[in-house]
Ligand binder design. Structure first.
Ligand code: SF4
Length: 363
């Protein structure tokens, strides 16, 4: 079944580390954007397909007028065959949520709430330019529960200043019984961000990557002890609460993205919308690519190794690539860096921290 992604590129302010397509914009631009977005959905040539997941992401979808969210869902339901009980997620920030808004989201069918928490230390939050504080996180979680949200996810950032396992563990401990899903991402210093400048000017000192990888390994064990299984490098879920939508990306299922910079994969064709407003409003794409066999093989290996399930050797061989002859692949198997379980190959969890390096060497 198809997944639908909708990009809302607006935020109340720009976080210091953010390199996503997100902008602080006036209400006129938001209105114009939503109209284009609704048209894009209406004119999609793949209408009628069965849909089992919708993900409204951003940016910060919870910061725009809630009536726009309703219109977007209506447009999707009119165009596609959205199944009953489809997973419908909205991304949010704690400071842009309140009880009334959350109840409204539930009423219009949203059943999964993803919240950008990042840290529960007010000093760290301020340093990375977040607008919320710890108190607002717990307020939002309380209101989400009151509104009837059962499927809640929180995002955390690893590698912030003065961060260590004890501190992160205590943050996770305070939310673990209130959520079903956790995402723990490594802080990346992206080019052109305020964070990069802060580092250059020595206004911030970040722990080195090796230290953060060690913290990550301990977090994996801690979360496992508390019922959160890792199913992708950065994602952990209680049984039955893996994010169906994100799984589509990692298992190469069809999905269509609407909105600025949104990506799509449909029957082995990938494309992405333009990532600036001018070109998006003209209907331009930033790329369109029909995937070759080699590219498909590469994707299956790369995405499979990010996930707990790994990839299937048979599938790769069926596509015409005899991976058994790949020298690096065999070396990794011998060294137990890759693990074979029947037909499936996955990375030894001890090496998740360096997965990019391993994948690059195989490919
Ligand atoms: S809220 Fe998210 S998308 Fe918006 S600026 Fe911050 S990190 Fe970027």
């Amino acid at each position: 079944m198809l997944g639908i992604y909708v990009h809302i590129p607006f935020c109340e302010s720009k976080c210091n580390y953010c390199a996503f397509a997100s902008f602080v914009a006036k209400s006129e631009l938001q209105k114009k954007y939503i109209n284009f977005l609704l048209n894009e959905i209406k004119n999609c040539p793949h209408g009628g397909d069965k849909v089992d997941s919708i993900f409204i992401g951003g940016g910060t979808p919870s910061c725009i007028d809630k009536k726009y969210i309703k219109k977007i869902l209506e447009a999707i339901k009119e165009k596609f065959d959205v199944i009953e009980n489809a997973e419908i997620t909205i991304e949010s920030n704690p400071n842009s949520l309140n009880l009334e808004k959350l109840k409204f989201y539930r009423r219009i069918g949203i059943n999964r709430l993803s919240m950008g928490v990042q840290s529960l230390n007010d000093k760290q939050l301020k340093q990375i330019g977040r607008l919320h504080n710890k108190k607002q996180v717990f307020e939002a979680l309380k209101n989400a529960k009151k509104s009837g949200f059962k499927n809640i996810s929180c995002d955390f950032l690893l590698g912030l200043e003065k961060s260590n396992f004890i501190k992160i563990k205590s943050m996770l401990k305070s939310v673990k019984n209130k959520v079903k899903h956790l995402s723990c991402y490594m802080l990346q210093v992206e080019n052109g961000t305020k964070l990069e400048k802060m580092l250059q000017e020595k206004k911030i000192v970040l722990p080195d990557e090796e230290k953060t990888i060690k913290v990550y390994d301990k977090i994996v064990k801690y979360l496992k002890r508390h019922g959160f299984e890792r199913y992708e490098i950065s994602n952990f879920a209680k049984k039955g609460y893996q994010c169906l939508h994100n799984l589509k990306y990692w298992t190469r299922k069809n999905y269509i993205g609407f909105g600025l910079s949104a990506h799509s994969l449909y029957k082995n064709k990938r494309w992405a919308n333009a990532n600036d407003f001018e070109n998006y409003f003209k209907g331009n794409k930033s790329y369109i690519e029909t995937l070759t066999k080699d590219k498909i093989i590469e994707e299956i290996i790369m995405l499979g190794l990010r996930c707990e399930k790994g990839f299937s050797i048979k599938e790769i061989i069926k596509l015409g690539y005899d991976i058994i002859k790949n020298q690096n692949f065999n070396d990794y198997l011998k060294k137990n860096i890759l693990i074979r379980n029947g037909d499936k190959i996955k990375i030894n969890p001890k090496f998740y921290g360096v997965n990019n390096y391993i994948i690059a060497n195989i490919l």
